[in-house]
Every structure is written in structure tokens, then in C-alpha cells.
Design a protein around this ligand. Structure first.
Ligand code: SF4
Ligand code: ZN
Length: 317
């Protein structure tokens, strides 16, 4: 490994596209500068916010919780921080990651709220996947998981009076989602892929992505350097079934042969999102559950109805 381009100590991170090598100290400064720039440029956090951080227990969300708590001490903006974990009910996986969230929240002195699919929807994700298979429905586990998790994050963040919901999506996640939506010709979703997503719906909690410009390998390194990287690697058993899994592999392969490709794809996304005002997303109210929605019936209620877990007659009055 090369020497640090700034201080000549042993480098631990090399940015091939920029011809830069960084030691531990200068990598952490570079990481901090990048995240703070995203926060400042996009006005992600305001004074006296109640920041709710979505923490699954993976390396990225543990890093976001750790980073934001430390930034809060430096910034002195009067932030209150709560970690919010969604327990989807994935046996042999989620229990283990929840333990990691509990340990980190308690060591950082942060409040933790856990909300489960079982409590809110009556079924775990494992049960939903089984019912879906029995009914011959065409959806993959990640479809249910993603829709129900987004729904619950917003609802619970609001119930605990959060003013902003921060997720640990990094540049790799954003670029993967961008490409998946291009493949599906889903431009309404592409326009939501901004560092900060607001809505004119009063029940929608503003959603932000502080790691928007940080590569996955950089959040991984941040986690390792701060002792947050899990000693035992656990992967969701449903992950390899998803299309995202394939897109991720292809993108990593392409980045190897063309360093900087992920950044240039993100620039393309920024151009695309600047073409349309996104403030109108989630502007309607679901006629079944009363939550914000981009259609008359929200996606979570539509999926539950198809699973036979909800009568569409249960219209909220
Ligand atoms: Fe949910 Fe899919 Fe992620 Fe597993 S891989 S936690 S099913 S979104
Ligand atoms: Zn609904």
C-alpha cells in the first residue's frame, strides 16, 4: 500500500480515480468533510431537530448513528437523536442485528425505538413470504420488506415526534436504485432519489441521506476504524434473490475496470433529479390507512390486500 499523499504515513485507503492515498487520520477527515458537505449543501439537519435514524444493525446504519451522534456533539445545534429499528421478522438474521443496535445505542446514550411488522401488520416478513408463495403472487421478499419498512419508518418516526428521518443509503445504494428504476422506466421513483426528500403531505416526515456522496467501501472502512464492523458477517437470507444483488455485483465489477464510474453515474442522477420538482411526491392520502401515498391506495395497503391480510373495505373515515 502507498503512503498518505498528505502526511506520508502508511496509507489505508486509495482513491484510484483521484490518484490520492490516505492514512487513517486523513481518511477520517476526508470522510467527515464529505458527509458534512452533503449535510450543509442540502440543508439536511436544522437547529433543534429531533433526528430519527433508521438503524438496521448493518455496518452502514451503525456508522450513520455513530457519526451523527459525534457530529451532534461538535455542531451543538440542539439535536435530539433517536435510533429507530424495524424488526421485519426474518428468523436467524434480524435478532442478531437488533442486538448490535441495542449495544451501540446504549454505549452512545441514544434512545432506541423498535417497531415490528408483527405488531403493526400482524405478520412477520417470513409469514408474508409464505402466504405470498401459497397465493402465487409475483413479488420477491425484498418488495414486501422495502414497502412495509418505508411505511413503518415514516409512521413511527412521526409517532415519536421526529422532525427528520435519516437513512444510511450511500452512493452505491443510490446508484443501484437509479439503474434499477431506469431498467423499469420508473421516473417517478428516480425523482425521489435526492439527498433530501420533502413532501407537501403533512404526515410525511422529511427523509434525508447524509451518506449520499460516500461510497460503500468508505462506510465500511469507517465502520472498521470505529470498531463497528460486525465480527460475524450476517447477510439477510432473502438478499441473493433480489435484482439489486445482481446490479450491485455488476456495478462493482464495472467500477474495478473503470474507477470513478459510480461517481459519474451519481452526477447523471443529479442532473436527472434537477429536471423536475419532487416536492409533490407522496402528496395524496391513502383511502385505506390514512398514510401519505402517491396513489389513492398506498403500496403497503395494496400488497396487504393482495396477500389477503386486509379487506379493502376497511376504508378509513
Ligand atoms: Fe429486507 Fe431484502 Fe434487505 Fe432482506 S435483503 S432486509 S428482505 S430488503
Ligand atoms: Zn394505506
Amino acid at each position: 500500500m502507498a503512503n498518505c499523499s498528505i502526511c506520508s504515513k502508511q496509507a489505508i485507503y486509495v482513491i484510484k480515480s483521484g490518484g490520492l492515498a490516505l492514512c487513517k487520520k486523513h481518511f477520517l477527515e476526508y470522510f467527515d468533510r464529505k458527509v458534512r458537505r452533503t449535510i450543509r449543501k442540502n440543508k439536511l439537519f436544522r437547529k433543534n431537530e429531533h433526528i430519527v435514524i433508521a438503524v438496521s444493525g448493518g455496518k452502514d446504519s451503525l456508522s450513520l448513528l455513530h457519526y451523527t451522534v459525534n457530529l451532534s456533539k461538535r455542531a451543538r445545534m440542539g439535536w435530539r437523536i433517536t435510533a429507530l429499528t424495524i424488526d421485519e421478522g426474518i428468523s436467524g438474521y434480524r435478532d442478531y442485528t437488533i442486538k448490535r443496535v441495542e449495544e451501540l445505542s446504549s454505549s452512545l446514550g441514544v434512545e432506541l425505538k423498535i417497531a415490528s411488522f408483527k405488531d403493526y401488520f400482524g405478520y412477520t416478513l417470513d409469514e408474508v413470504v409464505k402466504i405470498s408463495g401459497e397465493r402465487g403472487l409475483p413479488y420477491l421478499p425484498c418488495t414486501y420488506c422495502g414497502v412495509f419498512r418505508r411505511y413503518l419508518l415514516n409512521r413511527v418516526a412521526r409517532e415519536i415526534s421526529g422532525t427528520v428521518l435519516a437513512t444510511a443509503h450511500h452512493l452505491d445504494d443510490v446508484v443501484q436504485t437509479y439503474l434499477i428504476n431506469i431498467f423499469n422506466n420508473n421516473w417517478s421513483n428516480i425523482h425521489k432519489l435526492t439527498p433530501s426528500l420533502t413532501s407537501i403531505h403533512k404526515l410525511f416526515v422529511r427523509r434525508v441521506k447524509p451518506f449520499y456522496e460516500v461510497l460503500e467501501k468508505e462506510t465500511t472502512l469507517y465502520a472498521i476504524l470505529n470498531g463497528l464492523y460486525p465480527s460475524e458477517r450476517t447477510e439477510c437470507p432473502y438478499a441473493p434473490l433480489s435484482f439489486r444483488w445482481q446490479v450491485r455485483r455488476v456495478l462493482n465489477y464495472l467500477e474495478e475496470s473503470r474507477p470513478g464510474l459510480k461517481y459519474s453515474t451519481m452526477k447523471s442522477l443529479m442532473e436527472a433529479t434537477s429536471l423536475k420538482n419532487v416536492a409533490s411526491s407522496e402528496a395524496m392520502t391513502c383511502i385505506v390507512c390514512g398514510e401519505p401515498s402517491s396513489h389513492e391506495v398506498c403500496k403497503a395497503c395494496q400488497l396487504r390486500a393482495e396477500l389477503g391480510l386486509l379487506e379493502l373495505r376497511e376504508v378509513k373515515t
